[in-house]
Design a protein around this ligand. Structure first.
Ligand code: HEM
Length: 477
């Protein structure tokens, strides 16, 4: 027995020393252990840690015995290719409840993904979204009104809270045909509370994959609560989709449109009710915090910079009443501000891990053996000093004459075949909410009431990024 263990250790040491990864740059310990990477992950600081490694070792870094991070456009194009994308890594399986919740986001199956992507893309395209723009517009107005009411009664408003209600209400209504009405109520509903709990468990599963195995033997309170939560969420989603399906059946010519309307009863070219429920639930989790956190950092960063605020306020003030997204899209400074926010404060700044395929593959001239996890992270792509001068500065005007290198390296929505399917919706929400907010409150500024400090906005990222203390206070003079 002792001999066996020693022998297998020797084999492991031998194979690690001979692996093609052995010659890659990186700290010495990455060859032997992922513990340091894991330590930074658990602190929510993996992206800046990996970025420091890139600064020291270059664009290719071995970050653990089995993981390599790339920070180059050529590598990103290979890893996130449209035509021959690499398979999503095991992390997605852990995030999705150990493979229990298959959906367009988590699937590792190419055929399943292609079919869902083909069916779901049209309603989320720029032209498809025209039919639902009024939902975004109305919710943005209500969010800004509610922010104003809170500023009046409390002397400051927590915009992070209201942007979360805004984005969740929008995606809830567009997916389930039924708004969560959190903006009206001013509080979260059971669905989003359950979602938080389930996402927390997903994060724990990624940090400690053994938890999934352990869970089948031991009853932990968080697991019991998360299981009850996910059952409640599934029941709620099913109820909404079934109700909506009945509405479509009663009046097929004039239903209130959602992102799934055309997929009901479309035969071969449609989806089963279960598939719709699964993907609708995915939209809620993928499309609420991401947009809300982007908007939160946007308001904070603009409010801290008088010159940026002046230019943005002046530009959005030129809009005529009843403006539409078509009018917002052509505002150059609004577009620059949004690009810069998604660069410096990307809501998904962390690694998007993929598996090297069977037989291995070459990336940026380096051989990645089968089973290696290859990653890119927007956090590093967006801070390459050769592409973005003074990368740590919030400088929207850098996008005025954007180079091809800048637009290629900008990947807040990922890339290739698995690029964010909701990106046009997200951009529409960001445009409407920003314009509505700065038209209503041209004098908005960061509020330091209730002990709020700039330090509260320090970025913490597991998969999603959020401000450390999960609040962002603003006031108006
Ligand atoms: C600012 C807001 C958003 C950001 C920064 C963002 C970012 C991302 C990123 C980086 C990915 C790729 C993940 C990967 O490769 O592992 C992704 C995928 C995805 N996003 Fe978004 N997202 C946003 C908003 C939305 C919205 C509003 C929706 C609602 C429909 C959505 C739905 C999805 C889905 C379903 C996927 C998986 C797509 C696939 O695998 O084909 N996202 N998002």
């Amino acid at each position: 027995m002792i001999y066996d263990t020693t022998n297998s250790r020797q084999q492991t040491l031998f194979s690690r020393a001979r692996s093609p990864l052995a010659s890659l740059p990186g700290p010495w310990y990455s060859k032997w252990t992922g513990a340091v990477l894991h330590f930074h992950f658990i602190r929510g600081q993996r992206p800046p840690y990996v970025q420091r490694l890139h600064e020291k070792y270059g664009r290719i870094v071995r970050i653990s015995p089995n993981q390599v991070d790339f920070s180059s456009v050529t590598a990103a194009k290979r890893i996130h290719s449209y035509t021959r994308p690499l398979r999503k890594g095991h992390m997605y399986h852990d995030l999705a409840g150990g493979g229990k919740f298959v959906n367009i986001f988590s699937t590792q199956d190419f055929e399943y993904h292609q079919r869902h992507r083909r069916l779901l893309s049209a309603p989320l395209s720029e032209s498809g979204l025209k039919g639902v723009e009024h939902v975004v517009e109305e919710r943005a107005k209500l969010a800004v009104q509610r922010i104003g009411e809170e500023m009046k009664s409390e002397g400051r408003a927590d915009v992070m809270k209201w942007w979360l209600f805004f984005s969740a209400d929008v995606i809830g209504e567009l997916s389930f045909g039924n708004s969560f009405r959190m903006l009206e109520r001013g509080s979260e509903n059971q669905y989003t509370l359950d979602l938080k709990m389930v996402s927390k468990l997903g994060g724990l599963r990624v940090a400690f994959p053994a938890l999934t195995r352990f869970a089948s033997h031991v009853r932990l309170p968080i697991l019991t609560e998360a299981t009850a939560g996910s059952l409640r969420m599934r029941a709620y989603a099913q109820e909404c989709i079934q109700r909506y399906e009945r509405i479509v059946a009663a009046d097929p010519t004039n239903p209130k449109p959602t992102l799934f309307t055309k997929l009901f009863r479309a035969g071969e070219e449609g989806m089963s009710q279960l598939e719709i429920v699964q993907d609708a639930q995915t939209y809620i989790s993928a499309g609420s915090d991401t947009t809300a956190h982007g908007l939160t950092f946007l308001v904070w960063a603009v409010c801290r910079d008088e010159e940026v605020k002046r230019r943005l306020v002046e530009e959005v003030a030129t809009l005529s009443e009843g403006y539409k997204d078509e009018d917002l899209k052509v505002l150059p400074y609004l577009d620059q501000v949004i690009h810069e926010i998604l660069r410096l404060y990307a809501s998904v700044p962390a690694a998007l891990p993929r598996d090297a395929p069977s037989g291995g593959c070459e990336i940026d001239g380096c051989w990645m053996p089968e089973g290696t996890t290859v990653c890119t992270q927007a956090y590093s792509m967006h801070r390459d000093p050769i592409v973005f001068s003074e990368p740590g500065r919030f400088l929207p005007s850098r996008w005025e004459n954007a180079t091809k290198e800048m637009t290629d390296a900008w990947m807040p929505f990922g890339g290739g075949a698995r690029i964010c399917i909701g990106l046009h919706l997200a951009m529409m929400e960001l445009r409407h909410a920003t314009a509505t907010f700065f038209r209503a409150y041209p004098n908005a500024k960061v509020s330091y009431k209730d002990g709020f400090r700039d330090d509260d906005m320090e970025q913490v990222a597991y998969f999603l990024m959020y401000p450390k203390n999960k609040r962002c206070l603003v006031e108006t003079s």
